[in-house]
Ligand binder design. Sequence first.
Ligand code: PAP
Length: 339
Amino acid sequence: MEFSTTSKPIPASGISPESLQKYVEEISQLPKEKGWRGLQDLFLYKNFRFYPVFLEGALHARDHFQAQPTDIFLCSSMKTGTTWLKALSFKIATRGQRPSDDGSDMTTVSLRAAVPHDCIPFLEFNEYSTAVTGSEIPLFASHLPYTCLPKSVIDSDCKIVYICRDPKDTFVSMWFFLRKFVTGKNSTDVESFASIDEAFELFCKGLSSHGPYWEHILGYWEASKRRPEKILFLKYEDLVEDTQLWVKKLAEFFGCPFSAEEKREGVVERVVKECSFESLRDLEVNKRGKHEKRGRVIENSAYFRKGVVGDWRNHLSDEMGKKIEVIMEEKLMGSGFTF
Ligand code: PAP
């Protein structure tokens, strides 16, 4: 069987040039600050910093997205495990559906044919007008902070899964991803992007995409305490530690727990294996495929860098590590949440 090396194109979303212009104007009125060198300014909206591309979509979703009570949202700040969570959730939600020609189930084919980001749409990219391939559970994703989610998501009491990650690894992952985004393959452009030290100082001041990172976490953490049956809060590190346990919890949370028979047949193990970093990274579609977000082409391989806990030690000094840990401790103090 042949698989395309490019992800399935997402049909054009409903955002019209006129709407876009309206949001561009709204954003231009917001306070802005210089962000990481080589990237656009960061705009302040509801106490969070955004690059315009995310904010345009967020404002459009604010005005147009109508959540249904059965919708489930996978929420996260950038680089905290979204791609993995999307793959696992998609696989869980669509397992066993519509066997394909070669006998493998439909989701296996879909994850082989599309980067997980194209299997579960992001609200901010206005992809919600397109059906999610094959999933009967309406799954959506968002990097938006809790207080910036469209009102109907909260009013409809939708379920939310939130994933966060150690801030040091999150920062390192973000720096590599954005540097790649800015410099592409051209190593001579590297100088044009913020050095890791420059970017680190800004991250510690909350000046990063969807930052401050600690506020992003706190918003969902506090909400999960108020509505524990509706908001499942997890850490990337816990998912690494016991993926099977969390896959079972996710399935229960989605309302489609694994049956005793599925467990006996090793379906949980299969989901974990097929969504592992190595399995996803080594798929043709993720090695050589590209996908498009609002006119910007992103290589799918950019979402699969290393996938390990503690990689920050290879890029940050002990002092830097300590600095961010102290900031996080201070900011999260009294919340009951720690890393
Ligand atoms: P996004 O915000 O651009 O969607 P996101 O998927 O949240 O990125 O995070 C990417 C990180 O998850 C990368 O971490 P790294 O830079 O430290 O390596 C990526 O490697 C990691 N990742 C992607 N897929 C998996 C997976 N299947 N298992 C574990 N980690 C993964």
